[in-house]
Design a protein around this ligand. Structure first.
Ligand SMILES: CC(C)(COP(=O)(O)OP(=O)(O)OC[C@H]1O[C@@H](n2cnc3c(N)ncnc32)[C@H](O)[C@@H]1OP(=O)(O)O)[C@@H](O)C(=O)NCCC(=O)NCCS
Length: 183
């Protein structure tokens, strides 16, 4: 699979928000009430505008493209956690269902790690909702479980596991090796 990973362009904000909507429904079905997904759909235009603004101002999103089509994204920045205020964070990583388990997530996380290192971070965190099988993915890319916190999903309070990476460089090297050995 010939995947290209690069920084997102402003005009790709719509693709990113649509992937977010689709993946929230399929990943969090049963974990988050359906009304929250409906609310997200209703706020799509507003969220696209906000994403366009974030891409323009922060340039903190990567997209994965297959034959020019956006099939996934990740975003990163300063940790949204007072206990880890010096750390970076991978805020999100979502890939369309039909492209899971091809190594795209690992590559998106590796790019996010590299970007955090370039921005001067040495440690980072990531979060994953309790009950999501992707908790295994966070461990696979080097995260160590540290705590479970409340996660505000558009007004619905869910539980989120937080993973810590005490040395992003080491985690990145490990992921590069795994990516290489997968071919
Ligand atoms: C989680 C996600 C980003 C992973 O991306 P991906 O491209 O499928 O992951 P990779 O192919 O790089 O997986 C690497 C390894 O992580 C583990 N892994 C990935 N997704 C997993 C899952 N859902 N359950 C268990 N293990 C998983 C596996 O060990 C996998 O190796 P393997 O394929 O040899 O078994 C992607 O599946 C996705 O978008 N899921 C839906 C949204 C989501 O849950 N996002 C994370 C929010 S916190």
């Amino acid at each position: 699979m010939n995947i290209e990973i690069r920084k997102a362009k402003v005009e790709e904000a719509k693709d990113i928000v649509m992937i977010n909507n689709i993946e929230w429904r399929s990943t969090y079905k049963g974990l988050i009430p359906n009304r929250i997904f409906d609310m997200m759909d209703q706020k799509t235009d507003q969220r696209i505008k906000r994403k366009q603004q974030t891409i323009k101002e922060k340039n903190n999103t990567f997209v994965a493209l297959l034959d020019g089509k956006v099939v996934g994204f990740s975003s990163y920045g300063k940790a949204h956690d007072d206990e880890y205020s010096d750390a970076g964070q991978i805020y999100a990583c979502y890939i369309l269902d039909e492209y899971h388990k091809y190594g795209i997530g690992s590559k998106l996380i590796a790019q996010g790690m590299q970007a955090l290192i370039n921005d001067g971070y040495t440690t980072m965190i990531s979060g994953c909702l309790v009950g999501n099988s992707a908790n295994e993915f966070h461990k696979y890319v080097g995260g160590k479980y540290i705590k479970t916190i409340d996660f505000d999903a558009f007004g619905y309070i869910a539980k989120e596991n937080i993973y810590y990476y005490e040395d992003i460089n080491k985690a990145l090297e490990m992921n590069k090796e795994k990516i290489k050995s997968r071919g």
